[in-house]
Design a protein around this ligand. Structure first.
Ligand SMILES: *[C@@H]1O[C@H](CO)[C@@H](O)[C@H](O)[C@H]1NC(C)=O
Ligand SMILES: *[C@@H]1O[C@H](CO)[C@@H](O)[C@H](O)[C@H]1NC(C)=O
Ligand SMILES: *[C@@H]1O[C@H](CO)[C@@H](O)[C@H](O)[C@H]1NC(C)=O
Ligand SMILES: *[C@@H]1O[C@H](CO)[C@@H](O)[C@H](O)[C@H]1NC(C)=O
Ligand SMILES: *[C@@H]1O[C@H](CO)[C@@H](O)[C@H](O)[C@H]1NC(C)=O
Ligand SMILES: *[C@@H]1O[C@H](CO)[C@@H](O)[C@H](O)[C@H]1NC(C)=O
Ligand SMILES: *[C@@H]1O[C@H](CO)[C@@H](O)[C@H](O)[C@H]1NC(C)=O
Ligand SMILES: *[C@@H]1O[C@H](CO)[C@@H](O)[C@H](O)[C@H]1NC(C)=O
Ligand SMILES: *[C@@H]1O[C@H](CO)[C@@H](O)[C@H](O)[C@H]1NC(C)=O
Ligand SMILES: *[C@@H]1O[C@H](CO)[C@@H](O)[C@H](O)[C@H]1NC(C)=O
Ligand SMILES: *[C@@H]1O[C@H](CO)[C@@H](O)[C@H](O)[C@H]1NC(C)=O
Ligand SMILES: *[C@@H]1O[C@H](CO)[C@@H](O)[C@H](O)[C@H]1NC(C)=O
Length: 542
C-alpha cells in the first residue's frame, strides 16, 4: 500500500517533470534566433574562427567598403513571412468575432489569454520601422568611429565626418549608393545621419540645413527588370520562377519536425472550436519577431523553448541557403555583380561593359562610380550579402542547413542570425602595411590615431584585404583555391595580400555561369531535394 502510493507519487512527479517545459524568457537570446529578422548584434571578432584579430604594427586601414543591409522592417508579402502571419491573425479574429457575445464559446486561457482581445497591428508593407532607423543610425555612428576617424585623421574630439578640411577646402562629396526601394533609401538616410552627424553638432542645426551636402546619392531603381547589383534578382529572370522559392518550400516540411509539442501546448489553452496547426504556431513565432522589431514588445515571444527557437532559426537558414547560396542554381549569379564592382574598385578601373547585374552606364564614370574614395557605402538587402559570399566561394559557409535534423546542429556555419540580422554589414578593408609579412596580432586593439602602431602612408606599400561580417573577421583562407592561404598555411589573421585576393576571384564569374543560370532553359525535378548546386546551374535538367 505504502510502497504503491510512493510508486504512484513518483510516477506522477515524473509525468509533471516531463510535462514541464522550459520556456525561453531572455529576449536578448530569443531575438538572436530569428534568422534574417534577428536583432543586430556584433559578432565576436573571432566568431568565424579567425583568432588573430588585431591590426599588425606598421599597418592601417586605408579604405573600407560597406555593403549595408536595411534594418528592422514590417513583414513582406511572402507566404512564409507576412502572408502566413496575416492568415493566422485573420483566423483568430474570425474566431473571436464570431465568439464575442456567445457565452457558450470558451476563452483562450493562461499565457494565451491576451488573444481574446488581440488585434494584429501590422501590414505587409516591408517598410523600415522606427527601431530599424535606430539600428541604421547606430551603424552609421559605428562606421565613423571604427573607420572614419582613422581614414580621415579625426581631430581631437571630432564626433562625425567633416567635409571641410583644416585649410578650409571642401572635400569632394562622397558618392553613396542605394536602391530605390523605400526601406533601402530610409536605411541610407538614417545611416547617413549617424555617419555625417548633423544632429550632434557643436552648434545645433534645428533644420539640419544642408546636411546632405557632404555626399551624393546614386539611387538605382529596384522592382523591375533593370540591372542593379544591389537588387540583382531583378535582372536574373530564372529567379522569378519556382526556383526562386526553393528554400521557402523546405520550410513547410520542417515545421512538423519541430513544432509538434508547441502546437499541442498552444491547443491546451485554446477554447474548443479553435484548432492550432503548424502554420499557426509558426506564425506566432514570426509575429513575435515582427512585433518586437516594430514596437519593441510582444506577448507572443515567451511561449517557446530554446530548441523551438533554434528550429525557427533553422527554417530561415534553409530558406536563404536554398534561395540565395550554394543550394540555389542562381546563388552565385545573384552575388557576382557586387563582387565585380568590389574588384573594380580595388583595381581602380571602371566597368565599361556588363555581363551580369552590373549596369555599365552607371559603372563607367566617376560621377556614379567614383574610384579611390576612402570609403564606399552601398545600401542593399540580406540576400545580396549571402550571394556575394557565395560568388566569392567563401567555402566556410558551404555548410547546408539540415532539412530534417531537430534540434539543428548548434555549430552550423550557415546561421543567418550571425550572417544577416537586420542592419547586417559586410565590410571589405584595404590595409596598407610597411612590410610584406607583418606579424599577426592576436588581440583587438583600438586605433586611437592612424599612426599609433607605426603606420606611415609613405612606406605602407604592401596592400592587404581583410573582410568583416557584422564585426567578425572572415576566414579568407577558406576561399576555394587557396589563393588566400588554407587552414594549414598562410596568414592566421584573415588578411590576404591584395593581388592574391584579386587572383582568388579570377574564376568567380565563370563559376557563376551567369547567362545560363539566369536565362537558360533548365528544369529542376525536385525543388526540395537539398541538392548541392554549388550555387550555379550547369546542365539542362536535375
Ligand atoms: C475570415 O473570414 C473571412 C470572411 O468570412 C473569410 O473570407 C476568410 O477566409 C477567413 N479567414 C480565415 C483565415 O479563416
Ligand atoms: C455559439 O457557439 C456555439 C458553439 O460554437 C454554436 O453552436 C452556436 O451556434 C453559437 N451561437 C450563436 C448565436 O452564434
Ligand atoms: C593627423 O592630424 C594631426 C593634427 O590633428 C597631425 O599632427 C598628424 O600629422 C595627422 N596625421 C596624419 C597621418 O595625417
Ligand atoms: C569642420 O572643419 C572645419 C575646418 O577645421 C571647421 O571650421 C568646422 O567647424 C568643422 N565643422 C564641424 C561641423 O565640426
Ligand atoms: C588644402 O589641403 C588640401 C589637401 O592637403 C590641398 O589639396 C589643397 O590644395 C589645400 N588648399 C589650400 C587652399 O591650401
Ligand atoms: C545652405 O546652403 C545654401 C546654398 O549653398 C547657403 O546659402 C546657406 O547659407 C546654407 N545654410 C546653412 C545653414 O549652412
Ligand atoms: C542603366 O542605368 C542607366 C542610367 O541610370 C539607365 O538609364 C538604364 O535604364 C539602366 N539600364 C539597365 C539595363 O538597368
Ligand atoms: C501551411 O502553409 C503551406 C504554405 O502555404 C500550405 O501548403 C499548407 O497547406 C498549410 N498548412 C495548413 C495546415 O494550413
Ligand atoms: C544589363 O545586363 C545584361 C545581362 O548581363 C547585359 O547584357 C547588359 O549589357 C546590361 N546593361 C547595362 C546597361 O549594363
Ligand atoms: C615606416 O615608417 C614608419 C614611420 O616613419 C617607421 O616607424 C617604420 O620603421 C617604417 N617602416 C619601414 C619598413 O621602413
Ligand atoms: C525548355 O526545355 C524543355 C525540355 O527540353 C523544352 O520542352 C522547352 O520547349 C524549352 N523551352 C524553351 C523556352 O526553350
Ligand atoms: C524531393 O526530395 C526530398 C529529399 O530527398 C524527398 O523527401 C522528397 O520526397 C522528394 N520529392 C519528390 C516529389 O520526389
Amino acid at each position: 500500500m505504502l510502497s504503491s502510493s510512493i510508486g504512484i507519487a513518483l510516477l506522477l512527479s515524473a509525468i509533471s517533470v516531463s510535462a514541464q517545459v522550459n520556456l525561453l524568457t531572455d529576449i536578448n537570446q530569443i531575438s538572436r534566433s530569428w534568422g534574417q529578422v534577428s536583432v543586430y548584434a556584433d559578432n565576436e571578432e573571432d566568431y568565424f574562427g579567425v583568432e588573430y584579430v588585431g591590426l599588425p604594427d606598421g599597418c592601417q586601414i586605408e579604405s573600407a567598403s560597406t555593403l549595408q543591409r536595411h534594418a528592422q522592417r514590417f513583414p513582406t508579402s511572402y507566404i512564409d513571412d507576412g502572408v502566413n502571419d496575416q492568415q493566422f491573425a485573420d483566423k483568430l479574429s474570425n474566431f473571436t468575432k464570431a465568439a464575442s457575445g456567445n457565452s457558450s464559446v470558451g476563452l483562450f486561457t493562461g499565457p494565451l489569454s491576451f488573444l481574446n482581445g488581440y488585434q494584429y497591428i501590422m501590414q505587409d508593407t516591408g517598410l523600415l520601422t522606427g527601431i530599424g532607423a535606430i539600428t541604421e543610425f547606430q551603424s552609421g555612428v559605428s562606421f565613423w568611429n571604427r573607420y572614419g576617424r582613422t581614414l580621415f585623421n579625426a581631430s581631437l574630439a571630432q564626433l562625425a565626418y567633416n567635409s571641410t578640411i583644416d585649410n578650409g577646402t571642401a572635400r569632394p562629396p562622397v558618392v553613396i549608393r542605394t536602391t530605390s526601394q523605400s526601406r533601402i533609401q530610409n536605411t541610407q538616410i538614417s545611416w547617413s545621419l549617424g555617419f555625417f552627424g548633423p544632429s550632434f553638432r557643436t552648434i545645433a542645426s534645428p533644420t539640419l540645413a544642408n546636411w546632405t551636402a557632404p555626399f551624393e546619392r546614386v539611387v538605382i531603381p529596384e522592382g523591375g527588370t533593370e540591372n542593379n547589383t544591389l537588387a540583382s534578382y531583378d535582372s536574373c529572370f530564372n529567379d522569378y520562377s519556382a526556383l526562386g522559392y526553393m528554400g521557402d518550400d523546405d520550410i513547410f516540411t520542417y515545421l512538423p519536425k519541430y513544432l509538434g509539442a508547441a502546437t499541442k501546448r498552444m491547443q491546451k489553452y485554446a477554447p474548443s472550436g479553435f484548432s492550432f496547426n503548424y502554420n499557426d504556431t509558426y506564425a506566432m513565432q514570426s509575429i513575435c519577431a515582427y512585433e518586437y522589431n516594430y514596437i519593441g514588445m510582444s506577448d507572443f515571444c515567451f511561449l517557446f523553448t530554446a530548441d523551438e527557437w533554434a528550429g525557427f532559426e533553422n527554417t530561415l537558414d534553409m530558406e536563404y541557403y536554398y534561395d540565395y547560396s550554394y543550394g540555389n542554381p542562381t546563388g552565385r549569379a545573384q552575388g557576382i555583380g557586387y563582387l565585380q564592382e568590389l574588384i573594380a574598385r580595388l583595381e581602380h578601373v571602371y566597368i565599361t561593359s556588363s555581363n551580369s547585374s552590373v549596369n555599365s552606364t552607371i559603372d563607367n564614370n566617376a560621377a556614379t562610380f567614383p574610384l579611390g574614395q576612402p570609403f564606399y557605402a552601398d545600401f542593399s538587402h540580406d540576400d545580396i550579402i549571402i550571394s556575394v559570399l557565395t560568388a566569392m566561394s567563401m567555402d566556410y559557409f558551404k555548410d547546408p542547413p539540415s532539412l530534417s535534423q531537430y534540434p539543428p546542429n548548434p555549430n552550423r556555419h550557415f546561421n543567418l542570425a550571425n550572417l544577416t540580422p537586420f542592419g547586417a554589414r559586410l565590410i571589405t578593408e584595404t590595409i596598407g602595411c610597411s612590410v610584406p609579412d607583418p606579424a599577426p596580432v592576436k588581440d583587438f586593439r583600438t586605433q586611437y590615431t592612424p599612426t599609433q602602431y607605426g603606420y606611415d602612408a609613405d612606406n605602407a606599400t604592401y596592400k592587404f584585404i581583410r573582410m568583416r561580417l557584422n564585426n567578425g573577421v572572415l576566414p579568407l583562407n577558406t576561399i576555394r583555391g587557396g589563393g588566400c592561404g588554407t587552414a594549414n598555411d598562410g596568414r592566421v589573421d584573415g588578411m590576404c595580400e591584395l593581388s592574391a585576393f584579386i587572383a582568388s576571384q579570377a574564376t568567380a564569374y565563370e563559376l557563376s555561369n551567369y547567362d545560363f543560370a539566369c536565362f537558360g532553359n533548365y528544369t529542376i525535378a525536385n525543388l526540395t531535394s537539398g541538392q548541392d548546386y554549388d550555387g550555379a546551374a550547369t546542365m539542362a535538367s536535375y
